[in-house]
Design a protein. Structure first.
Length: 418
C-alpha cells in the first residue's frame, strides 16, 4: 500500500522523455516464447506488470535478465506450459500467454486472469478465436486446460467486437497454425501493429495490422536472435499532457508518437490548450483556465481511447461549461469519479455517460485510487487543486507509470509517495 502526497496549485513546466508502452511490451514478452530464441527488448518500462510477466517467463523456464531499460529473454529452455494462479491473477494480459503457449507447446494450463476492475472483463472472444484455430479448452477446478488434439489449423475468425487482447491471442496462436488465418473486425490499436512488427522479426508471416483485417500465414518458426525497441506509451503521454492542461504550464514530451493519441490532442486543444507537435515531440501550453471540449466519446482505435477518458475527465473538472463523457468500451469505468467528488468536483454519472460541470476551484482531500487510470486521474485533479491531497493506492498506479512521482517533481509538481 502506498500513499501519494500532493500539494496542488503549481504550474508544470519542462521536458520529459516518455516511457515504453505497457500495453505493447506485455504481449511482446508473451510472444517471445513462440519459438526458442534470444530476444532483446529495449525501452522496457519499469512497472509492476512487467515484473510479473518476467516472473511468469521464469516460471515457464525462460532465462530473463534486466539491465536498465533492456530485458533479455532466452526462451530456449522453456520447459513448462502452466502458469500458477498467484501470477495469473496479478494482471489481465497474462491471458495472452494462452495463445503463445499453445503455439509453442500445443498445450497450456492457466487460471482466469486478473487486472483492473472496470466491470466484467470476459475472455470469451479469446477462447472463441483459439478454439477456431483447433484448441480444445476445458475448465477444470477454475483452470483453463488447453490442448490441441488435432494440431492447430488456420481459420477465419470474425470478432464480434474488435477486442485488443483477443486479436493478440489469435495472432500469436495463428503463427503456429497450419495454413492461413484471417482475423476480421480485428482491433486496430497501435499496439497490434507493434506486435506484428515483432512477430515479423521472429519470422512470422503477418500482415494487415492497423486495419480491420489481420492475416497470418502459420508455420514453424525457427530459433532467432531478435532485438526490438518498444514504442512509446500513448496513454502515459496523454497523462502528462492532461496534467499540464489542468494545472497550467508548458510541457514538452520527447520520444512520443503524437499520431497515436491525436484524438486526445484534439480534445485538449478544444479545451483551449496550445499544442504543437513536430516529429517525435509534442509541446502543450495551458494557462490552467480551460473550456469544456466537445463530447468525449470513447471507442476502439482510432476512436478516443477508453484509457485516456479518466485523464481527460480529470483535466475538465475546472473547465468552464459542461463537459460530457460517453464510455463505450468498459462498464463501470466511472468508479473513480466518486473519489473526485471529495475534491469538490461536480460530476453526474448515469450508465455510460458522465457530465462534468466545471467548478471554480478544487480542494485537496483524502481519496483512494480505484484502478490504474482512475488513480492517475485523481493525481491530475490533485495537481490542479488547492491544498493537500493524500491518495491511498494499493499499487494500481505503479502498474502503469514508471517513476511517476519523480517525473512530475521534475516538472515542478509537489508530489511524493510513501
Ligand atoms: C486492452 C488494454 C486496456 C484497454 C483496452 C481497450 C492491454 C494489456 N490492455 O485491454 O488497457 O483499456 O484494451 O482499449 O492491452 N470483451 C469481451 N470478451 C472478450 C474480450 C473483450 O466481451 O473476450 C469486451 C470487453 O469487456 C470490453 C471490450 O471487449 O468491453 C474491449 O476489450 P479489449 O479490447 O479486449 O480490452 P483488453 O484487451 O482487455
Amino acid at each position: 500500500m502506498s500513499v501519494w502526497h500532493i500539494s496542488g496549485g503549481r504550474r508544470l513546466s519542462g521536458s520529459l522523455a516518455v516511457q515504453g508502452a505497457k500495453n505493447a511490451v506485455l504481449p511482446i514478452m508473451a510472444a517471445s516464447v513462440l519459438a526458442p530464441g534470444q530476444i532483446e527488448l529495449l525501452n522496457v518500462p519499469e512497472l509492476r506488470d512487467v515484473d510479473t510477466t518476467v516472473r511468469i517467463l521464469r516460471t515457464l523456464g525462460c532465462g530473463v535478465e534486466r539491465e536498465g531499460d533492456a530485458v533479455n529473454i532466452d526462451s530456449r529452455g522453456l520447459a513448462r506450459s502452466e502458469i500458477p494462479h498467484s501470477l495469473m491473477r496479478e494482471l489481465r494480459s497474462s491471458v495472452i500467454f494462452l495463445g503463445a503457449l499453445l503455439a509453442r507447446c500445443g498445450r497450456a494450463r492457466l487460471s482466469m486472469p486478473g487486472g483492473c476492475e472496470l466491470g466484467p472483463r470476459p475472455i470469451d472472444l479469446h477462447l472463441m478465436a483459439l478454439r477456431a484455430l483447433g484448441a480444445r479448452i476445458d475448465e477444470r477446478g477454475g483452470d483453463l486446460v488447453c490442448t490441441t488434439p488435432e494440431g492447430l489449423h488456420g481459420a477465419d475468425i470474425a470478432l464480434p467486437t474488435p477486442s485488443v487482447g483477443a486479436t493478440e491471442n489469435a495472432m500469436l496462436c495463428a503463427c503456429a497454425a497450419e495454413g492461413e488465418t484471417v482475423i476480421t473486425n480485428a482491433a486496430r490499436e497501435p499496439e497490434i501493429t507493434e506486435l506484428q512488427s515483432f512477430l515479423r522479426k521472429l519470422g512470422a508471416e503477418v500482415s494487415g495490422a492497423g486495419s480491420a483485417t489481420v492475416t497470418v500465414r502459420g508455420g514453424p518458426l525457427s530459433a532467432r536472435r531478435v532485438g526490438h525497441r518498444i514504442m512509446p506509451d500513448r496513454i502515459v503521454s496523454a497523462t502528462y499532457l492532461a496534467a499540464c492542461a489542468a494545472a497550467g504550464g508548458d510541457v514538452e514530451l520527447r520520444g512520443v508518437c503524437p499520431e497515436h493519441f491525436s484524438t486526445v490532442l484534439r480534445s485538449l486543444s478544444e479545451c483551449g490548450c496550445d499544442i504543437m507537435s513536430k516529429g517525435a515531440r509534442v509541446r502543450l501550453r495551458s494557462d490552467g483556465n480551460l473550456t469544456a471540449p466537445m463530447p468525449v466519446i470513447t471507442g476502439p482505435y482510432p476512436g478516443f481511447p477508453t484509457d485516456a477518458q479518466p485523464l481527460m475527465l480529470a483535466a475538465c473538472l475546472r473547465a468552464k461549461g459542461t463537459s460530457v463523457f460517453v464510455e463505450n468500451v468498459f462498464q463501470n469505468r466511472f468508479r473513480f469519479t466518486e473519489e473526485l467528488l471529495r475534491l469538490g468536483a461536480r460530476i453526474h454519472t448515469e450508465g455510460r455517460v458522465a457530465v462534468v460541470t466545471g467548478v471554480q476551484a478544487l480542494h485537496g482531500a483524502p481519496a483512494v485510487a480505484t484502478d490504474l487510470r482512475g488513480g492517475a486521474a485523481l493525481i491530475i485533479a490533485a495537481l490542479s487543486a488547492e491544498g493537500r491531497t493524500e491518495l491511498l493506492d494499493s499499487g494500481h498506479v505503479a502498474r502503469g507509470y514508471e517513476r511517476f512521482d519523480e517525473n512530475l517533481r521534475a516538472l515542478g509538481a509537489d508530489i511524493s509517495r510513501t
